[in-house]
Structure formats: structure tokens, C-alpha cells
Design a binder for this molecule. Structure first.
Ligand code: PMT
Length: 397
């Protein structure tokens, strides 16, 4: 069970059907040792009554910005100072937009503006509202302001839709808060590429490689466990999204480059573990290619080198590349470290059952003036060790 002993938490509740889960959340927070005060927006009170939370927490519930009685007991500035943490669950698209843009038109939004304490936001909304570019931009804005956003779960929604937008389960939220006590990367935004890319030949065929995405997804999970806000740009893979990770699915190298460029602003660390195609089909056939000739040739053109372009254009970004090699591992990796202007590179042997599409891996990590070997182990364990190394070097820079 998470230990939140004596942590003073303001539980903010905004309007949404998921507000019913906040009662269980309040109960679990208290069970973990936290002292909880609840602040509800007007819309939240339409879904669940303040009385429920008063009974659960034993404290009066705060709902009004201008309430003489409440201000006399504990003013909103005092309330903001009281908190070790503000947790907003559920956070509606509207409340997220207001906080992202610095509005202070309700007690809850005012508290967020009037505090230096960490704010954690747990979104809950219809899947289309969550996917909307405006909401996604607001998520980026919040993360740039060092506000942690716990990514919603996907599944069946109250409105009948299916997709991402469900509020995380109360136990997961409490566990995540518990882990944050040793969250060395709290407030750090990390973008990771993972998996293969698919380069179309015609409407039914493509060129790809054997990457399963396991290495990149394990890194995303390890980074999230250290408290980072993680954006995972994933090629076509068959893997579950790690908890609290913002996943963007792409197909081709060009799609991956676009997704990275669109989301790179505000990132602190970029880890390129994807096996991006070096070449794409120069002219993709619009119709299925017919089996007429004995042999055919495909003209290929070079794709953009995502990692090299990003590291050259964003000098402040801490960049970590991968090198997949079948021979002269260290020499090729060193060359990529310098040529692509990286802070670090993780080199792995591939081919003959190594690296691609297996559960275990080994890495030789190199940087200017140093190196460290991470011996063969599971990709999950390896990702944790790699994230420790990256954290040390990122913090030292
Ligand atoms: O996905 P798994 O099955 O778990 O396998 C893991 C892995 C073997 C794919 C992974 O550990 C790995 O080595 N990833 C990098 C694969 C690769 O394409 O390496 P490379 O040496 O060709 O490329 C060097 C670096 O440039 C990589 O960081 C790559 O992401 C990046 N790159 C390459 C080409 C390109 N057009 N854009 C890029 O960003």
C-alpha cells in the first residue's frame, strides 16, 4: 500500500461522471495516511454532493471562491499554502484548459495559481474531447508548467464511446502518488521513439524491420516510474501502453518525424530507440502492383534522420540515441554519437536472435569521455538501469 503518511492533499474535483470515483479516491488517500481537504467546482456538485466528501474526510468541503464563512475559517491563500500537493481528479477538459491558461475564476483554478506545491491532474472526458488537438495542446502546456498529468485509461465510456479518456482507477492514482516520493524526474518531460516504421510500397505492401517496440516501451515505463512526463511515439507494435504514458501511434518514418517535431517543444530529454527505416519507397504505387514481370526493382530514397535533425535543432535537449550494429559495435556507436551530436548513445548487438524482438538485451552506453556496460538482462530491468544512467548525466549537465 502507498505511504502518504501526513501528506496534506487538496483533492480537487471538477464536473464529470467520473466524480463518483473521487469518493473512493478520498477514502484510499486517507487510508494511506494523507490528510485530505476537498475542493469542488460548481459542476462537480451537480454529479456528487459535498456532503459525501465532508463525511469521508471529516473536513468542510470548499466550493466557493467568494464565501465569507469559508474565508473566515481558512482563506483560499491559506488553503493553497496548507497543501503539500494538489490532486485534481477528475479533471475535465474545461478545468484543464483554464489551469493551462492561468485562469482563476473558481476556487479550484485559483488554488492552482496561488500555490508553489506540485499539482497532479487526472483527466476524465469523452474520447473525442481527449483526442482533440486543443486538449492535447493544453496537456503539453500543463506539462511545460511542471504539472503532472496522469494519462487517462482507454476503454468503454459512460457515453457509450470506446477510447482513451477514462479516469485512472483510484488505487492507481494513490500508488502513483506514493511512488512520487522518490520521483527524481518529477517535472521532467521525456519523449521516446519506439518500434519499427512501415514504408508503403503500394496500398497492401510495405517494408519494415523486426523491432517489437519492447525496448522503447520498457524505457517509457521506467521513465514514468521515476516521475517523468512521458510521450511515447510508437511505430506499429502490438504492446500495451505503459501506465500514465502519452502514446502517439505512427506508421512511417515521415509520420514519426512529424509527431516528434509537433511535440518536441517543452521536452527536456529525447530518447530515440525506434528502428526507423533509413530508406522509403521513392514512388508509392497508388494501386496494388500486379505480378506481371519476372523481376521488378524498387527505387528507394533516404528518410530524414529524426535523431540527427532534432539534436542539431534543439541544443538544450538532452539527446540519447541507440545504435543497432552487427559488427564493430563500439566504433560505429562512437561515430553516431559524434555525427548526430548526441549526449549519449546506447549500443546493442543485433541479428542472430539478439536485440530485435527478444525479451533480453545488453547495452554498451557511451558518452563523450566515458562508457558503461549494462550486461544481458530483461529489457524491463535494462531500461531501469539505462534510465538511472541517463538521469545522472542529465542532472549533471
Ligand atoms: O524494439 P525491440 O524489438 O525491443 O528491439 C530494440 C532495438 C534493437 C530496436 C533497439 O534496442 C535499438 O537498437 N534501436 C535503434 C535501432 C536503429 O535503427 O539503430 P540505427 O543504428 O540504425 O540508428 C541510430 C539512431 O538513429 C537510433 O537512435 C535511431 O532511432 C535513429 N534514427 C535512425 C534513422 C532515422 N531515419 N531516424 C532516426 O532517428
Amino acid at each position: 500500500m502507498a505511504n502518504l503518511q501526513n501528506q496534506q492533499i487538496i483533492l480537487g474535483i471538477s464536473g464529470g461522471i467520473a466524480a463518483y470515483k473521487s469518493a473512493e479516491l478520498a477514502r484510499l488517500l486517507i487510508k494511506s495516511g494523507a490528510k485530505v481537504r476537498v475542493c469542488m467546482t460548481q459542476s462537480a456538485c451537480e454529479f456528487i454532493t459535498p456532503l459525501t466528501f465532508q463525511a469521508l474526510t471529516g473536513n468542510p468541503v470548499h466550493t466557493e471562491l467568494f464565501d465569507l464563512e469559508a474565508e473566515a475559517a481558512m482563506g483560499h491563500i491559506e488553503l493553497a499554502r496548507w497543501a503539500d500537493r494538489i490532486l485534481i481528479a477528475p479533471a475535465s477538459a474545461n478545468t484543464m484548459a483554464k489551469i493551462a491558461h492561468g485562469f482563476s475564476d473558481s476556487l479550484l483554478t485559483t488554488l492552482c495559481l496561488a500555490t508553489k506545491t506540485p499539482v497532479v491532474i487526472v483527466p476524465a472526458m469523452n474520447q473525442q474531447m481527449w483526442r482533440n488537438r486543443i486538449t492535447q495542446k493544453n496537456v503539453s502546456l500543463l506539462e511545460q508548467s511542471a504539472i503532472r498529468v496522469l494519462m487517462p485509461a482507454a476503454g468503454e465510456q459512460a457515453c457509450g464511446d470506446i477510447g482513451p479518456g477514462r479516469m485512472q482507477e483510484p488505487q492507481i492514482i494513490v500508488d502513483t502518488l506514493g511512488q512520487e516520493n522518490d520521483a527524481v524526474l518529477s517535472g521532467v518531460n521525456i519523449m521516446i521513439t519506439a518500434g519499427p516504421t512501415q514504408e508503403a510500397i503500394d496500398p497492401v505492401r510495405y517494408i519494415t524491420n523486426r523491432s517489437s517496440g519492447k525496448m522503447g516501451f520498457a524505457i517509457a515505463e521506467a521513465a514514468e516510474q521515476l516521475g517523468a512526463n512521458v510521450t511515447l511515439v510508437a511505430g506499429p507494435v502490438n504492446l500495451e501502453t505503459p501506465r500514465n504514458v502519452n502514446r502517439i501511434d505512427v506508421k512511417s518514418a515521415e509520420n514519426m518525424f512529424d509527431a516528434v517535431k509537433n511535440n518536441v517543444v517543452g521536452q527536456h530529454i529525447f530518447i530515440a530507440s525506434a528502428a526507423v527505416a533509413d530508406y522509403q519507397v521513392a514512388k508509392v504505387a497508388t494501386q496494388k502492383i500486379k505480378k506481371k514481370d519476372e523481376s521488378i526493382s524498387l527505387a528507394l530514397s533516404k528518410t530524414s534522420d529524426i535523431l540527427a535533425e532534432i539534436s542539431t535543432q534543439h541544443n538544450d535537449l538532452f539527446t540519447v540515441g541507440f545504435a543497432a550494429e552487427t559488427e564493430d559495435l563500439k566504433q560505429h556507436a562512437m561515430d553516431k554519437l559524434h555525427r548526430k551530436k548526441l549526449d549519449m548513445i546506447a549500443a546493442n548487438k543485433v541479428g542472430n536472435g539478439q536485440g530485435f524482438d527478444v525479451d533480453d538485451n545488453a547495452l554498451q552506453v557511451l558518452w563523450k569521455g566515458g562508457e558503461h556496460a549494462l550486461p544481458l538482462t530483461s529489457k524491463k530491468e535494462l531500461a531501469k538501469q539505462l534510465m538511472q544512467l541517463i538521469t545522472t548525466h542529465y542532472q549533471a549537465r
